[in-house]
Write a protein of this length. Structure first.
Length: 353
């Protein structure tokens, strides 16, 4: 099928119109400033008066406090992304379905981290997001697994099975989740970019440009984590193919010198988008602030691509990122308030533009 036929089969105009309506209802930075000064009961009431009303009312008899907020957030997010798939036709559907596998990756890493930290089952289950391809039965199997090896076995028939199986030995040798988490990320991105046309039309070209940026940002995040961890790991082993900023050998060299790594990014094609994030990195005592700034930069980059060519998948992916940001921010606020953190401490955990 030609790219012209692919475009005609894809209903970009209809879906992007629906997305504009949904995005207008997302919380803004003023809403977050209000929420960080509320108790969990006030947060729940605020959400009941927002687009989360249906989920809050349905779940209110079963949960309370931050648990209610989290389950409502995750259920609402999954509903939005189910709608995206339901609305989309042709190649657009394929692009959206591929991208939403990121929540399968999220769920795997959530379960692995829960096992690693011996977290209660209910806490792990509350963090799962049913927005990918995994069935409810598979998610139950993952949550019920008693060991990392059982998780890997349960995923044997999924796209993640081979890579996780190969990473188990490194996990057992190092005692760290990094090899397993990286195997999940690499598999997700490899399947995300596989089979894309060599000579794409403009809409698909922007989709590819966005994916390249996300892979570059992921490699940058991983490189800085390794640089600051002091762990004896070869950065090239954790390199994800598909970006345009680094190759594996260059990344290995740059991890040894964080100043050179930062300068390489400043002078790259992403220099303008990441300038503020790199300034944050220079002043930050930990990577958390930088990673939040990196998330904000990726969202801004997606918005830039969306504005450049509105009738493409980019506005859809930008909405996915924006909705994730809302869910992550409200979750952080609810947890922070329940833990007794100050508004200033909570604000440091938020991704804001």
């Amino acid at each position: 099928m030609s790219t012209t036929d692919d475009y005609e089969d894809s209903n970009y105009e209809y879906v992007t119109a629906r997305i504009r309506s949904r995005r207008s209802k997302l919380f803004d930075d003023d809403d977050y400033r209000k929420l960080v000064r509320m108790g969990t009961g006030e947060i729940a009431r605020f959400m009941e008066e927002s687009e989360y009303e249906t989920e809050m009312n349905r779940l209110g008899s079963r949960y309370s406090g931050s648990d209610l907020v989290e389950y409502a957030l995750n259920e609402n997010l999954a509903g939005h992304f189910d709608d995206l798939l339901r609305w989309s036709n042709g190649r657009l559907y394929d692009y959206v379905a591929r991208y939403l596998r990121k929540f399968d990756a999220w769920n795997i890493k959530t379960v692995l981290r829960g096992l690693y930290s011996d977290a209660p089952r209910d806490d792990v289950e509350a963090d799962l997001i049913d927005a990918g391809e995994f069935s409810a039965d598979l998610l139950d199997d993952l949550v019920d697994a008693g060991s990392v090896e059982e998780v890997v076995e349960a995923l044997d028939r999924t796209i993640f099975g081979d890579a996780l199986g190969a990473a188990v030995e490194d996990y057992e040798e190092t005692g760290l989740l990094v090899p397993l988490e990286n195997a999940v990320d690499r598999t997700f991105y490899e399947h995300l970019i596989s089979g894309l046309p060599d000579e794409p039309d403009r809409a698909t070209g922007l989709y590819i440009e966005f994916l390249e940026a996300e892979i570059d940002f992921r490699n940058l995040r991983n490189a800085l984590r390794l640089a600051r961890s002091g762990a004896d790991m070869d950065p090239a082993d954790y390199y994800i193919d598909g970006g345009r900023l680094f190759d594996a050998d260059e990344l290995r060299q740059l991890v040894a010198n964080e100043d050179q790594l930062v300068e390489r990014v400043r002078t790259s094609v992403y220099g303008d988008e990441l300038d503020d994030a790199l300034d944050v990195l220079a002043d930050a005592e930990s990577l958390i602030e930088f990673e939040h700034a990196l998330d904000a930069a990726l969202l801004e980059y997606a918005d830039t691509l969306s504005n450049r060519y509105p009738l493409s998948v980019c506005p859809v992916l930008s909405f996915v990122l924006a909705k994730e940001r809302e869910v992550d921010n409200v979750r952080a606020i609810a947890r922070g308030r329940e833990a007794g953190l100050s508004p200033e401490q909570i604000e440091a955990e938020l991704v804001v533009l």
